[in-house]
Write a protein that binds this ligand. Structure first.
Ligand code: MG
Length: 456
């Protein structure tokens, strides 16, 4: 048996429709999920708004039913909404049809475990074993699973988020929501309205061609959101990626806020409400500004490998061992709130930002400008030789600096750090460097690139 994931990446399996992602693949994955969870299991399914969603959903349904799984179809919903429903309705698992932030020609599958988290590596390896060895078997006619649909199930997800905040806490605040023609059109605006905010929405219609903008909430893509924030005098704008597990914000002047900064601000808000001695869990790719914030509130950071599942599982582990985990999250707008559930939730982030802005006497742009200032550079490099050779070379080159080797190589030098990681799915490496001093951040980036270019 292989002990590494082959098909599934950090957040599920993805590909271009008709090329790598086909109805046959979805069918075989669904059959393997039904086998893994066992005959008679209840499995929730949902999809984002992609044009290929219905096609893959039909395959997934067929595969689950053929192997004796009972299907609950929640329709077009955000990923965190399916995760909540799997947990709340005590289902055995879930399958989300989504390619998250990828362009429209992609689609993919995320497998949800019974606790609402994305399935962990060991179970995914088991699933891949069933999948590659084709050991799933069809049940006979009398054991075929049942199908039910729960098209209003998402309302309980909305209510669960609203219940986390004081009644009417958003009164007097105006927010513009850009759901990017994705599934959060039916959730985030209602969450904010139920909390008392005045809400405008753009790119509202479900449309898998994404006519409003691409599913990745980039500076370029959010220009329409920025204009709408300015023209409506809104306090902030929020945009989601294609399955709304992430949220990216623009301030009241229409300025795009980097995900590290919004994570920093929300961490600061939640740490200030916490009783102290708290823990913030974040991957090693996140800005050091989170460390400064933790220190300010007598909290500490726990670093993980890059990937929300590692953050979520570390949070749960720490809580089970008596630690006060305040928040977990990544610098890409994916934030996990332990009082809500152990997965990234863009709707919850939108609501938390509403709470934060309504409690503050300062506008969002000022709150952001008061955060510690760091410069981060990020670069992707195509590689022609094996990634492990590159990492090994860097290990030797940087051997006088402090190193962390849990996910690629993280180099600490004076007040700077750098991270070089291999992509799990493509022949490329990702390089991050950060410092309070932009020149230092640039120097260490140049040094890494020079060393890598010596090898290829
Ligand atoms: Mg996503």
């Amino acid at each position: 048996m292989n002990h590494k994931k082959q098909y599934f990446g950090t957040n599920g399996i993805r590909g271009v429709i008709g090329r790598d992602m086909t109805p046959q693949l979805a069918l075989n994955i669904a059959k393997s999920v039904a086998m893994l969870l066992g005959q008679g299991s209840s499995i929730g399914i949902g999809k984002d708004t992609r044009t290929s969603g219905e096609m893959l959903l039909s395959s997934v349904k067929a595969g689950l039913l053929a192997c004796g799984g009972n299907v609950i179809d929640f329709g077009t919903i955000p990923t965190p909404c399916l995760q909540y429903l799997v947990l709340k309705q005590k289902l055995n698992g879930g399958i989300m049809i989504t390619a998250s932030h990828n362009p429209p020609e992609y689609n993919g599958i995320k497998i949800i475990d019974s606790d609402g988290t994305e399935m962990d590596d060991s179970k995914i390896i088991e699933l891949e074993h069933i999948f590659t060895n084709k050991t799933s078997s069809h049940v006979d006619w009398s054991h075929i699973g049942s199908v039910s649909s729960d098209p209003n199930g998402y309302q309980s997800y909305i209510d669960a988020i609203v219940a986390q905040f004081p009644k009417n806490c958003g009164a007097g605040i105006t927010v513009v929501v850009d759901s990017g023609n994705g599934p959060a059109s039916i959730t985030t605006p209602e969450i904010l309205k139920k909390l008392g905010a005045t809400v405008y929405i753009i790119n509202e219609c479900f449309d898998g061609r994404f006519p409003g903008r691409l599913p990745e909430p980039s500076i370029e893509g959010l220009k329409k959101l920025s204009s709408k924030v300015i023209s409506t005098n809104a306090n902030f704008g929020v945009a989601h990626d294609g399955d709304a597990d992430r949220a990216i914000f623009v301030d009241e002047t229409g300025n795009f806020i980097d995900g590290n900064l919004s994570l920093g601000l929300i961490s600061s808000y939640l740490c200030s409400k916490s009783s102290g001695n708290g823990v913030i869990v974040t991957p090693i790719s996140t800005s050091s500004l989170i460390e400064d914030i933790a220190m300010k509130y007598n909290c500490r950071i726990e670093h993980t490998m890059v990937g929300s599942i590692y953050v979520a599982r570390k949070m749960r582990y720490l809580i089970e061992n008596g630690y006060n985990v305040v928040i977990g999250g990544e610098g890409n707008g994916g934030i996990i709130y332990p009082d809500h559930m152990f997965c990234r939730d863009g709707g919850m982030s939108a609501a938390t930002m509403l709470g934060l802005v309504s409690e503050s006497s300062k506008p969002l742009s000022t709150l952001i400008s008061e955060l510690p200032k760091y410069t981060m550079y990020q670069q992707k490099l195509k590689i022609k030789i094996s990634g492990s050779k590159i990492i090994n070379h860097l290990k030797i080159h940087f051997n006088t600096d402090k190193l962390d080797l849990r996910d690629g190589i993280r180099i600490y030098r004076n007040n700077s750090w750098a991270l070089v990681r291999l992509s799990g799915t493509e022949p490329l490496i990702r390089i991050y460097t950060e410092s309070k001093n932009p020149i230092e951040a640039k120097c260490i980036m140049d040094e890494i690139i020079t060393e890598i270019s010596k090898l290829q």
